[in-house]
Every structure is written in C-alpha cells, then in structure tokens.
Ligand binder design. Sequence first.
Ligand code: HEM
Ligand SMILES: *[C@@H]1O[C@H](CO)[C@@H](O)[C@H](O)[C@H]1NC(C)=O
Ligand SMILES: *[C@@H]1O[C@H](CO)[C@@H](O)[C@H](O)[C@H]1NC(C)=O
Ligand SMILES: *[C@@H]1O[C@H](CO)[C@@H](O)[C@H](O)[C@H]1NC(C)=O
Ligand SMILES: *[C@@H]1O[C@H](CO)[C@@H](O)[C@H](O)[C@H]1NC(C)=O
Length: 332
Amino acid sequence: MKGWKSNINETHFVVAILMVWLSSCVLVRAQLTPDFYATTCPNLFTIVRREVKRALVNEMRIASALVRLHFHDCFVNGCDGSVLLDGNDGEKFSNANLNSARGFEVVDTIKRSLESACSGVVSCADILAIAARDTVLLSGGPLWRVPLGRRDGRVSNQTEANNRLPSPFMNIDQIIQKFTDVGLDTTDVVALSGAHTIGFARCSTFSQRLFNFSDTGAPDKNIDTEMLADLQRFCPPNGDENKMTALDRNSTDLFDNHYFQNLLNLKGLLLSDQALVSNGSVASTTKSLVESYSRDSKLFFSDFVNSMIKMGNIRVLTGTDGEIRKDCRVVN
Ligand code: HEM
Ligand SMILES: *[C@@H]1O[C@H](CO)[C@@H](O)[C@H](O)[C@H]1NC(C)=O
Ligand SMILES: *[C@@H]1O[C@H](CO)[C@@H](O)[C@H](O)[C@H]1NC(C)=O
Ligand SMILES: *[C@@H]1O[C@H](CO)[C@@H](O)[C@H](O)[C@H]1NC(C)=O
Ligand SMILES: *[C@@H]1O[C@H](CO)[C@@H](O)[C@H](O)[C@H]1NC(C)=O
C-alpha cells in the first residue's frame, strides 16, 4: 500500500517535471516579444530611430544597406548578429557580402548610443531587426512591432554564408530552396524580394544578362528594350563591374510596390528578380503573387511585414544562450 502510494507520488512528480520541461520548451520557442526591453532599456526605440534618421540624412542609401544586413544575418546561423563580426574568415568576406554589405558604421553608432543609455542590455541582432524596420518605415514602407529578445552568437562562418545566401544567378527553384532551407515559403520569397524596391546593385550582379546571356550570343530576352540599351551603356564589356545602379529604377529611395510593376514590364534588374515572373510551374505561383502585389500595395505591405517577422525568428538565440555583445564587431 505504501509502495503503491509513493508510486503515485513519483508519477505525479515525473508528470510535473515533464510539464515544466514542456512549458519551458514552448517558452523558448516563443520567447521574442516587442516589449522585451521595456524596463531594461526604455529609450531603445527613440535612440535607434534617432540614429537611423541621422544616417539617412547623411546618405539615403544606407536604408537599403540596413534592411539587407538583417536578411544576411538571419539566413546564416539564424538572426544572431553574426554578420557583424569582424575577421577574415567571417561572413563579411563571403561572396554575397564582400564589397557589397554596408551599414556597419551605422550599427556601431547605434550600439554606442545604446551602451551609454543601457549598458550591456540590447543585442546586436535586435539592433539589426529594429534598424531594418525603421529604415523601411522612413523610406515610406509599413510600420510594425518588432519581436525582440534575440541574443548574439559567437561564430561568424564564411562557408555557411556562401552556402545559405541566395545568389542573383540562381533560377527560381534554387532561390525557393534557399528560403525553404531556413523555414520560409514561396510567399516569403516574393514578399521579401520586394525589399528590392530600394537600393542598388553592382554591374557584376546582372551584367551576364546584357550581351551573351547563357552563351546564347544574345542578351536575355526578358529585359525591356529601353532598359537593356541603357544598362548596356552603363555596364559595357570589360568595364567597371563595381558601378551601381538602382534595383527599382522607378522610385529608388521609396519603399513602394513599383518593384512588382517593374517585373511585369520586364524591368527587373537581377535575373533572380525577373525569375519571379518567368515561365514554369513554380513560377506560376510567384507570378500571381507578383501580380497581386503590383495591384495592391496594402497587401504587399502586410505580407512583407509577416515575412519580415518570420525571417526575424529564424533560429534565434534566447534565454541564456549566446551573449549580449558589447561591441557588435567582436565577441565579448
Ligand atoms: C531572393 C533572393 C535574393 C537575391 C538573389 C538577392 C540578391 C541581391 C543582390 C545581388 C544585390 C546587389 C548587391 C550588390 O551589388 O552589392 C541585392 C541588394 C539588396 N538586397 Fe537582395 N537579394 C535577395 C533577397 C533579398 C531580401 C530577402 C532582402 C531583404 C528583406 C533583400 C534586400 C536587399 C536590399 C535592400 C538591397 C540593396 C542593398 C544596397 O543598396 O546596399 N534582398 N540583393
Ligand atoms: C562552418 O560551417 C561549415 C559548414 O557549412 C562547417 O563544416 C564548419 O565546421 C563551420 N566552421 C565553424 C568555425 O563553425
Ligand atoms: C558567347 O559565349 C560563348 C561561351 O563563352 C562563346 O563561345 C560565344 O562565342 C559567345 N558569343 C558571342 C556572340 O560573343
Ligand atoms: C513609375 O511608375 C508609375 C506608375 O506605374 C509611372 O506612372 C511612372 O511613369 C514611372 N516612372 C518612371 C521614372 O519610370
Ligand atoms: C512565357 O510564355 C508565354 C507563352 O508561351 C510567352 O508569351 C512569354 O513571353 C513567356 N514569358 C517569359 C517571361 O518567359
């Protein structure tokens, strides 16, 4: 009888432990929250907004750079600030980032201001997420509440960056694969590609389309004639491949849905942009999304926000994992 009773107690105990364990798993999975720093760094949003505004007054293009940094952070080892770490074997020197990723000085400035307001509290990964939101907003895009509470990683892996980030030379299936690899879907591909409504790209990222595309001896047929002539002048063979031109030629600094209108007019700059409306079974899904977004900027904005929040959740470090970096360029 005694043994039986204590067995029950033991069972209760085990069940209780299991429940605590299960609920802590649920907590870890859903830990990001917009008011994470409400008491520990109450002026966080004011400070980030002020520094981003200053940076934009100085150079409007910094907006696009900051949005892209958050994307490149999240796709490689999750959103853990790893793209910000200095070091020759780090992500900064990967194919997609070398001579391309920018905005690191702005992140440094934001971090310095935050360290003097609330030292050792706000992660670099969260700074990237807030700065991306602020630059979208200040460029005319949507406002949303950014889930927070990410912690910073200690590793920046160049090989991983080369493996994980999509390249502008990929076809639509390959691009979608890179997104599914990190838990995102086809809608996310199209909505997030809409970030190319701001910012610039170098000749090296699209010049393969201009003269001898896929060894056909002719340019890519899916480029508007006038735009093609213009780009051929801008990026001649053996010219400076680092020259930059607008991803959205209609409204470069404005976050709007012209990117999608451009695609339907064969005015996508990158092969990977135009691929969203190419022919094929997968592309019929992406194409109908492009058509919807091109007609309905409210729909684009709300899908973009959803996808940014999803992207911002990729493999985040929370709780006691990782650290809060003091300097975004080096681990503590
Ligand atoms: C779908 C796959 C994607 C590919 C293949 C791609 C590729 C590229 C390339 C090649 C550039 C030009 C870089 C240079 O020449 O230095 C670029 C710029 C940019 N990308 Fe993407 N991208 C993709 C998705 C995204 C996503 C998901 C975002 C953000 C949510 C994004 C945001 C940007 C921004 C804002 C710029 C302009 C950067 C600047 O002006 O400095 N891209 N992208
Ligand atoms: C970087 O990632 C690759 C796989 O992409 C892995 O083989 C390697 O061990 C990683 N390096 C570090 C330092 O974590
Ligand atoms: C296009 O490139 C291919 C492969 O490099 C080459 O054989 C061909 O001669 C080129 N065509 C033209 C017109 O330059
Ligand atoms: C931008 O797009 C709008 C709407 O489609 C169009 O009226 C305008 O002419 C375009 N501007 C440029 C510079 O292409
Ligand atoms: C797709 O296919 C249609 C019909 O075959 C053709 O008219 C159109 O030019 C193609 N579009 C692209 C982007 O390849």
